[in-house]
Design a protein around this ligand. Sequence first.
Ligand SMILES: Nc1ncnc2c1ncn2[C@@H]1O[C@H](COP(=O)(O)OP(=O)(O)OP(=O)(O)O)[C@@H](O)[C@H]1O
Length: 731
Amino acid sequence: MFRAQLRRRPFVYTQNLTRLFRLSSTSALGSDTPLIRLQNATIYKDSIDRNNASPLFSDLNFSLPPAGEHWAILSATSSTRTDLLKVLSGRYLCTPPQARSYPHLLRNNTPHHRAIGYIGFDAERSGLGGTAVKGEYLSQRYEAHREVTDWSLLDYLEGNTELNALEKPADYLDTHLLTNVIANLNLDPLLHLPVSNLSNGQTRRARIAKALLAKPELLLLDGPFMGLDPMTTLHISSFLQQMAEQSNPNIVLSLRVGDDVPAWITHLLVIDPDTNTKIRYQGTKGSVWEGLHNVRGGDEGFNPSLRKSITGISARPSRAKTGRHLSRDGLPHDHLPIPLGEPLVEMQGVKVSYGVDNQSSKRTVLGNWSESVDGTEKEGLWWNVRRGERWGVFGPNGSGKTTLLSLITSDHPQTYGLPIKLFGRSRIPSSGQLGISIFELQSRIGHSSPEVHTYFPKHLSVRRVLESAWADTPLSKPQLTRQKDIRVDTFLRWFAPELSPTKTSELQIIASKLRRTGPVHPDIKRRLERLRTANDDLDWADTITFRDVPFSSQRLLLFLRALISEPDLIILDEALSGMDKAVREKCLLFLAHGEKLEYKHNQKIVNSVPMTNNMVNFGGIQDTQALLTISHSTEDIPGCIRQWICLPEPSEAKPARVGELPGPLELHRDGWEEIWNLPNNKPQKISRLRSDRYAKLDQKAREEEDIENGSEKEGQEEDATDKASSSLPSS
Ligand SMILES: Nc1ncnc2c1ncn2[C@@H]1O[C@H](COP(=O)(O)OP(=O)(O)OP(=O)(O)O)[C@@H](O)[C@H]1O
């Protein structure tokens, strides 16, 4: 039956333009009036681009019928996905103009900007469009004080967000639909909260609800599941499925390559990772899978990740000659314990409540439980973080993870009054002991989060962003030394391909020369030594500002800023979300090993040029540091995470659960089910997002591949990974 379906709908490898055109002109599945039609379209960002720059997309051919097909767009870079969705919504310049048309809307006389809704989630937690006031500074979110413009969620959904009393909410509000979306997106308990207080996941649900209330014909959702917990993802996916199946509205999703494609998605459009301007595959999910199966491997991990998107089965971890599996950040299957030092964070009965003056509106969002501490039942959260520990902080959306971290960074006003010690001291002075100052805290904590991103001054140069790790505030003068300057240069060089417009630095030039000349070359060491005194290859870092670089690179800069000063405590709160896959993987490898290891072209991990020349300036996270990470995506979780804490829903009144992983989560898959306390059959339910059919087919294909490749494969796996793994740290 699967094959019959494949025959009905031909697989398209879009380099074959003739076949592509045939598909796009017939793919309306019986409908001669597609919702969107792109025929040999070339897209420029604006009219200036047209004269000077290369196009955003060229030779685009795509046709979306008004019903019956549910599409997901996948690409390696987030900006490409966003751009393509914007092209579908009518943005950017299309040449020739008639190459982009909306025949179905034209027939119904609906302007496309009204009929097509777009929601992007890049600016995570930055509020709900222009209607929400998020505040001027980070801690404002946690304050009890409410401004007149702090609209409630209900106001926001009803469109009641005008200060002018004569302005009325939109009269097209469909109250039946309002009730429906509130119930299905589980927004009931939040309706009277100011929108600025909503958590990341709650904000996402609110934005989807708002977009549905505008009753578009087509809703474009850019990365809708990013930052959602596994159960909420499942819930929202099935709600979107219901809407999409009734074409009320039609839905097109964008996803990262490697994300699970929901089972109800019928068609995929995959952007070519080499050019980022053309479509590589498009067609039914089955036809794309079949095409990938024929290609096999290659593409530096792109195709295996795409296979994972369709099947839900991860690419095999790399295997060293010794038979040891390594995580993608080069860590072995089992870890040797890191010697633990003194507690850096001590929480002894922490409970965060709002509205305490009024019992009826009192809301406890963290620590609403009692737990056994040394055999005695005690109220609130009891939790320590010691030097050497690597914690993953998990829990459903709204369970208080960001609140917990804001108590540590002291962005939360209640930090002062709660039983919390940071680096052995309270925030306020106690008998015989000074309180810890905010400046000391900032110098000892490296913090990256979507909130830090939102409030970070955008006019700082790329270099100043990194240097600000040694300043009291991002805008004050950093305390620099020669050593710190060299560290900044090291970081900039390592990530020049991701940050600089020329995409190169002296280090890349040396590395490529080394590839041509072989590892032992007398010139290499001399050139590497020169890099300690000269940084003329890094001029770009003084002129490009934070604002100038793409979203993924901004996230990267804040991640690097959190590491660069080697603080006692690193906090990565969704720090890698929104990063492109290749950048994210490079960051994870850098966190674990600094500039000791790097990815070779075929994604194998090898010793780096500085490592082979004994000139490593930054060797990754140290045993004396502690790490706290929040993420809902397994792909973003560093392999070094060992300890985990999972917070309950505030309404559950159950204590937080804690546990330990024997090694990288990637190599201990059942760890994820344990963290989320999923009963044995739940993983299958979660895989409703994926498709069991493709999983089975993929399994079979892998077995065939193994038989075909036989011993040849074993030989291929003997690689520099072995050399690298012999130099890996113990965890
Ligand atoms: N000032 C406030 N008044 C009342 N409730 C608040 C306030 N600030 C935050 N909350 C609530 O506290 C809860 C915890 O929010 P928090 O952002 O810590 O959750 P989270 O676990 O990080 O969620 P997510 O995974 O969605 O980011 C949420 O339900 C949020 O609505």
